[in-house]
Design a protein around this ligand. Structure first.
Ligand SMILES: Cc1cc2nc3c(=O)[nH]c(=O)nc-3n(C[C@H](O)[C@H](O)[C@H](O)COP(=O)(O)O)c2cc1C
Length: 137
């Protein structure tokens, strides 16, 4: 099975990039941002994203649209300040492009302005790596 990692991080804190780096280290594959298209068919895409204005960023949507033919399945991994997951937003977009989405996802709360200081923790990042390793073959 071919795995790939793509992430989109918007804030200066780079919470999503922290998650992506943890997954990259756990799987031993490079984590690239969504400006890098998939060069070949990928069985499992670890899509690492965050909630912005109660949705996923349009850069993530554009990546999925451009790369839909090369994605076998999305595994959603995400953070938000509220604790809500982006899974329904990712699914809605993926459905529109005909991309399957795994029911298994990773989510954790993360910092935003003055809230959730110190999140994600090292433990959260460890759990993110373990989640991805548990799915990747
Ligand atoms: C512009 C902006 C809008 C956000 N909107 C929401 C939101 O609607 N709901 C929420 O729970 N968190 C929201 N957040 C918090 C982010 O989901 C959280 O800080 C996330 O970890 C950011 O990841 P990043 O550092 O990789 O950009 C927002 C953050 C930013 C920067």
């Amino acid at each position: 099975m071919k795995n790939a990692i793509r992430y989109y991080t918007k804030s200066k804190k780079g919470n999503t990039k922290k998650l992506a780096d943890a997954v990259s280290a756990a799987l031993g594959i490079e984590a690239l941002d969504v400006s890098s298209d998939l060069s070949e068919k990928t069985d499992r895409l670890f899509l690492i994203n965050a909630m912005y204005a109660a949705n996923i960023d349009k850069e993530v949507v554009r990546f999925l649209e451009r790369n839909r033919e090369n994605i076998g399945e999305i595994v959603n991994m995400n953070t938000s300040a509220s604790g809500a997951s982006t899974l329904s937003a990712v699914k809605k977009t993926a459905d529109a492009f005909g991309i399957p989405v795994s029911e298994k996802e990773f989510h954790c709360a993360a910092s935003w302005i003055f809230i959730n200081k110190g999140l994600p923790t090292e433990e959260d990042l460890k759990r993110a790596g373990e989640f991805a390793s548990g799915l990747a073959e």
